[in-house]
Design a protein around this ligand. Structure first.
Ligand code: ADP
Ligand code: ZN
Ligand code: ZN
Length: 845
């Protein structure tokens, strides 16, 4: 008997007995409830040495043996499985596996922990660029072509044109090219012709090109000029060849041109170019371009700072954990400006010394060039960066560098937690309280959970840090599940800003209807005089900007989403920020017909115009979704402000995160309490975090900072404790309330969202589901709430109703809830109702 040894199988070395077939365990690349299981395929002998875990394959699937993509997650042989009915793998798609056993284990854990489908987990751990796209090719049925059976007489003009075009080509033609010439409308004629059997359509799977290659076109060098001139002349005289003649004329004066530019300049189609290439008159060459997205930036190298005593304690403690960690988790609670980044840098250095690798997660919005510079300046090319503004190709390059061990540090938003490092020793989550660490699509994972799990699996250390830790993390420290390290001083000795609370109700009583209190106006003036910078922060998580009728009170709402429109002063339009619907402001009220339509509330534009009115000489920058468009739009604004090209920066949540502006001495928070009115048990926590983080922008340099907080609710504990920079008092008050009301971290929440376009059906389904849930809740182990309309009760014409289930046993809660949903599905099996779920949600929907 002969044995083959297989590498990389999940049970270590795999032994194959001669005469037996090798079998692959495959997850099919289609996300569907009924396909969420392992499918077995025979590995053809020719592929036996290439198939390993993480390899993408094409397999025949279903009755029609349609070719679909699949991912190999395990290998076995015929001793355990009856192979008679199994199909064979059709082909291997890529040379490299997309995940190793370790990441596969992580995916399996996510499937269980978040109750989602395996394929969604696999797609989450893989680089996002790896999609397969179908391409269609058409030709005239060969028998018709040969026997000249084609009868054009009874055909429409459009059909005749398409057919004569196809007749002039021998091979299959890319359907896209046909659309290029005859327009998308031609699809109906093509469908008809294909039904009649006159043309044939063939589908081929193609890996979506990671387009960082450029195609160049040039004239075949074997042709001499005379020959060429003859060809051009001939083409010019023929009716259907004008485009080709123009292409050649252009190429005769240019050596080579990118194909795209040629197409644009001459307005010619792919088919003309292809036709020239087929006749070997022109050549097309593909050149791959390697681009480092940060290569255009010049990073100054920077030496480590001498750590303060507090920093030193934290650094040394964590280093002591590095060598024999069993997945330790540590929370650093460090006030704003306490020098957390320097701590990360020195930890990473230690990890590099040990030959290990580190992942640094930051909220997407604070991943600015300045942040990148601090890491690149210290570690140079050892650092890779990934974020959503990079092209797929750029992201893939970063992923590949990590996979091949060419870098030691990866910086990125939550998805970077899946970086395929093989000697991972450290994961850092900066600003761990941020909402954006939780994914909004399935699997709705939280990067903090995944980072901790990953460290546990590989024996790494997970460090999460914030000036305002989430209640969940701080509570875990109290429970002894995480260690707590505290930094209570600023690293550069600058003082925390003084915070003053301004009661806006009193301002109203005194007849001040402006958005600025008297005190804030005075402070802004002072700052302008002293040439110091000011940040005006507008809390816009609440819906603070809407258009309504002063006579009847009617509020203009989007008809698709039931959300009030946002007003844009620059073109007097209103827009729904959920579906994008945009209108001019109507001149009369749709409800009562009066002409008293006004916009209310405060938007950043309104603040800007008020500032300009009061301080006409001030240089003002505004940062919001509208001004920060484009690849680096957001960075540009921050850069301008940092280099003191403006005196006042107006912004929303986008400017609250970790930026370091040394010359900012005044921060005005215009309406601090808007987050207090969200229908969410975390609203006090959000308000505290926001005020603390925004205040942290003031006085980071040598000059002391002042913060003015305007509010209608000055005695609220979240505002009072934020004023004193007193996280502990806030935490104690808040955790007590959570306990009384039985909210997380004392319990777990399972949120169910029932949606559909038929409102009656959505409501009746929600009630039906609740009935089932009540019936199955025999021992009252679960607290049930609802059904109620969701906070956003209608989005893009879909009605949304919500049910909330609470239970302190997470596993039990998931089992029960999924069981109820599946029971409901077996009773009411309609495609018209969609059910989404979220375990441990961060938003209450
Ligand atoms: P955090 O992330 O905790 O808010 P940063 O890491 O941005 O704080 O540090 C705040 C400021 O203190 C930065 O300007 C940084 O350069 C400076 N800093 C950090 N550590 C030291 C140190 N050991 N000595 C001097 N300055 C430091
Ligand atoms: Zn809308
Ligand atoms: Zn009205």
């Amino acid at each position: 008997m002969k044995y083959w040894i297989y590498k990389n199988t999940h049970k270590g070395v795999f032994v194959k007995v001669k005469g037996e077939k090798m079998i692959a365990e495959v997850i099919i690349g289609i996300s569907h409830e009924s396909l969420d299981k392992i499918f077995h395929y025979i590995i053809p002998e020719t592929m036996e040495n290439e198939i390993e875990i993480g390899i993408r394959v094409l397999v025949p699937f279903g009755k029609g043996n349609k070719k679909v993509e699949g991912f190999v997650i395990g290998l076995c042989n015929t001793t355990s499985i009856d192979s008679n009915k199994l199909k064979e793998i059709y082909s291997i798609v890529d040379q490299v596996p997309f995940f190793d056993e370790h990441l596969l284990e992580l995916a399996k854990w996510m499937k269980e922990y978040y109750g989602c489908r395996m394929i969604d987990c696999l797609r989450t751990i893989m680089p996002s660029s790896m999609k397969i796209k179908s391409e269609y090719f058409i030709r005239i049925a060969p028998q018709l072509r040969e026997t000249a059976l084609l009868d054009f007489k009874r055909r429409s003009k459009e059909e005749t044109e398409i057919l004569s075009f196809l007749m002039s080509r021998q091979k299959y033609i890319l359907l896209e090219d046909v659309y290029d010439i005859f327009g998308k409308e031609s699809s109906k004629y093509i469908k008809k012709l294909s039904k009649e059997g006159i043309i044939e359509i063939q589908e081929e799977d193609k890996i979506k090109e990671l387009s960082y290659t450029i195609k160049y076109i040039s004239i075949n060098k074997d042709l001499d000029l005379e020959e060429l001139e003859d060809i051009v002349e001939l083409y010019q005289s023929k009716k259907n060849y004008h485009a080709q003649a123009r292409i050649l004329s252009m190429l005769m004066i240019n050596d080579w041109i990118p194909v795209n530019e040629l197409k644009k300049a001459l307005q010619v189609s792919n088919s003309s170019i292809l036709s020239l290439a087929n006749k070997n008159i022109v050549q097309i060459e593909e050149v791959e371009i390697h681009k480092d997205p940060y290569s255009h930036m010049d990073f100054k190298s920077a030496k480590p700072l001498l750590p303060t005593q507090e920093q030193k304690n934290v650094i040394q403690y964590i280093i002591s954990k590095l060598d024999h960690s069993k997945g330790d988790s540590i929370l650093i609670h460090g006030i704003t400006g306490s020098g957390k980044t320097e701590i990360y840098l020195q930890l990473i250095e230690e990890v590099i010394k040990r030959g290990g690798q580190s992942i640094v997660l930051v909220p997407e919005i604070s991943l600015t060039p300045q942040t990148v510079e601090r890491f690149k300046g210290r570690f140079g090319d050892q650092v890779a960066v990934t974020h959503s503004k990079l092209s797929l190709r750029e992201r893939y390059d970063q992923w590949k560098k990590a996979k091949e061990g060419k870098v030691s540090v990866m910086i990125g938003p939550r998805s970077a937690v899946f970086t395929p490092f093989t000697s991972l020793k450290l994961i850092i989550l900066d600003e761990e309280h941020e909402n954006t660490y939780k994914s909004e699509i399935s699997p709705k994972f939280h990067a903090r959970d995944v980072a901790r799990k990953r460290c546990e699996m590989v024996g790494g250390v997970c460090v999460v840090a914030s000036a305002t830790p989430s209640l969940e993390s701080y509570f875990e420290c109290e429970q002894g599940k995480m260690e707590l390290l505290t930094l209570s001083h600023r690293a550069n000795e600058s003082k925390l800003p003084s915070v003053e609370i301004i009661d806006m109700r009193k301002e109203l009583e005194l007849g001040n209807r402006s958005i600025f209190s008297v005190a804030l106006k005075e402070e802004i003036e002072k700052n302008l005089k002293n040439k110091e910078q000011t940040i005006l922060f507008l809390n816009r998580r609440g819906f603070s900007n809407f258009v309504s009728c002063r006579k009847c009170g009617y509020v203009l709402k989007c008809k698709n989403c039931s959300i009030s429109y946002t007003y844009h002063a620059y073109n007097r339009s209103i827009q729904c920020h959920y579906c994008g619907d945009k209108l001019k402001v109507p001149s009369i009220c749709p409800q009562c017909g009066s002409s008293h339509i006004r916009y209310f509330g405060v938007g950043t534009e309104r603040v800007e115009s008020e500032v300009k009115k009061h301080f006409p000489d001030a240089r003002v920058l505004r940062m919001d979704l509208d001004t920060a468009k484009g690849k680096y739009g957001y960075e540009k604004i921050l850069d301008q402000f940092k280099s003191h090209k403006a005196d006042i920066l107006i912004g929303t949540q986008m400017i609250a995160k970790g930026h370091d502006f040394p010359n900012v001495t005044l921060v005005g928070i215009l309406a601090a309490d808007l987050t207090l009115h969200l229908q969410d048990f975390r609203s006090a926590e959000r308000t505290f975090q926001l005020i603390t983080q925004v205040s942290g922008r003031a006085g980071r340099g040598e000059l002391p900072g002042r913060v003015l907080v305007q509010t209608y609710d000055p005695s609220h504990y979240s505002i009072e404790t934020a004023k004193d920079h007193d996280y502990m008092s806030f935490y104690q008050k808040e955790i007590e309330l959570r306990k009384q009301l039985n909210y997380p971290p004392f319990t777990h929440i399972f949120l169910i969202l029932i949606t559909g376009t038929n409102e009656k059906l959505v409501i009746s389904s929600a009630y039906k589901l609740m009935e089932i849930m009540k019936y199955l809740n025999k021992k009252d182990k679960f607290e049930l709430f609802g059904p109620v309309p969701a906070i956003l009760s209608k989005i893009k014409n879909k009605y949304r109703w919500r049910i909330i289930v609470k239970c302190d046993d997470r596993d039990l809660l998931m089992k029960y809830s999924f069981y109820c949903i599946s029971k409901f599905r077996s009773i009411l099996n309609t495609q018209e109702i969609q059910i989404q779920s979220d375990i441990d949600p961060l938003m209450m929907y």
